[in-house]
Design a protein around this ligand. Structure first.
Ligand code: PGA
Length: 227
C-alpha cells in the first residue's frame, strides 16, 4: 500500500490563537486517526502562515500530534538586506516543508520560473522539503523537488475539481517528464471526493485548501483518505 500525503494549505488564514484552537480541536480526533494509520500510512502536513509556525510547533510537540508543518512560500534570497523577506533558514527552525510556486503566488505576486527556481535552491540549502506546485504538465520543474503539487487553476477554490482520471493522467505525465517520484492533486478536494483521487495509480496524495481550514472537516478528510 502506498504512503499517502495529505497537505493542508491554509493560505492567508488564521492568527496564532486561531491556529492553536485548530490544533486543540483537531487533537480530539487523534485516537481515531492514529487507529486508521495516520503517521504510518499517511503523512499529514499543514502549511500555515509564517506567523503561526512557532506556536504551532510548540503545540504539536506538547500534544504529540502526527502533523508536520510547512510554509507556503520562501524568499528566493539568502539572509541579509532583503526587507520583509522570510528566509528558508528561518522557516526551517519551525517547519520541515515549504510549498513553492502555488498558482496564487504565480498570478497574484508575479513569481516567475527564475524566482521559483531560486526559492527551491534556498529551501534545499536550508534542509526544507519542497512541494512544488504546477498548473499543468508543461510547467518547468527544477531539480531538488520532493513532491509535485498538480493544481489546475480552474479547480482551485471553485468547487469544480478536475476528474480523478484526468488528474491521474496529468500527474503520470508530470512524473515521467520531471523524474519526481511523488505527486499530489489539489483543487476542490473534500472528504467526499478524496478517495477517488487516492485510488488513482499515479496520485500519491492531495492538497486541500478550503477543506483544511476547519479541523473537523480536515480530520474527516484524512479519515476518508485512509478508509
Ligand atoms: P482548494 O485549494 O482546496 O480550496 O481548492 C487548493 C489550493 O489552492 O491549494
Amino acid at each position: 500500500m502506498k504512503q499517502i500525503y495529505i497537505v493542508g494549505n491554509w493560505k492567508s488564514n488564521k492568527t496564532v490563537q486561531e491556529s492553536r484552537a485548530w490544533l486543540d480541536a483537531f487533537s480530539v480526533h487523534l485516537n481515531q486517526l492514529e487507529a486508521s494509520g495516520v503517521g504510518k500510512r499517511a503523512v499529514t502536513i499543514v502549511c500555515a502562515p509564517f506567523s503561526d509556525l512557532y506556536a504551532m510547533r510548540q503545540a504539536i510537540q506538547e500534544k504529540h500530534l502526527p502533523i508536520e508543518l510547512g510554509a507556503q512560500d520562501v524568499s528566493p534570497f539568502p539572509e541579509g538586506a532583503y526587507t520583509g523577506e522570510i528566509s528558508a533558514r528561518m522557516i526551517r527552525e519551525n517547519a520541515e516543508w515549504v510549498i513553492i510556486g502555488h498558482s496564487e503566488r504565480r498570478d497574484k505576486f508575479h513569481e516567475n520560473d527564475g524566482e521559483l527556481f531560486a526559492e527551491v535552491e534556498r529551501a534545499k540549502e536550508a534542509g526544507l522539503r519542497v512541494i512544488y506546485c504546477v498548473p499543468n504538465s508543461e510547467t518547468k520543474i527544477p531539480s531538488g523537488v520532493d513532491v509535485v503539487g498538480y493544481e489546475p487553476v480552474a479547480a482551485i477554490g471553485s468547487g469544480h475539481p478536475e476528474s480523478p482520471e484526468v488528474a491521474n493522467d496529468m500527474i503520470g505525465r508530470i512524473k515521467a517528464a520531471s523524474g519526481v517520484q511523488r505527486a499530489v492533486y489539489g483543487g476542490s478536494v473534500n472528504p467526499d471526493n478524496v478517495l477517488s483521487y487516492l485510488s488513482q495509480e499515479a496520485i500519491d496524495g492531495v492538497l486541500p485548501g478550503g477543506a483544511s481550514l476547519d479541523p473537523d472537516t480536515f480530520a474527516r478528510l484524512i479519515q476518508a483518505a485512509l478508509s
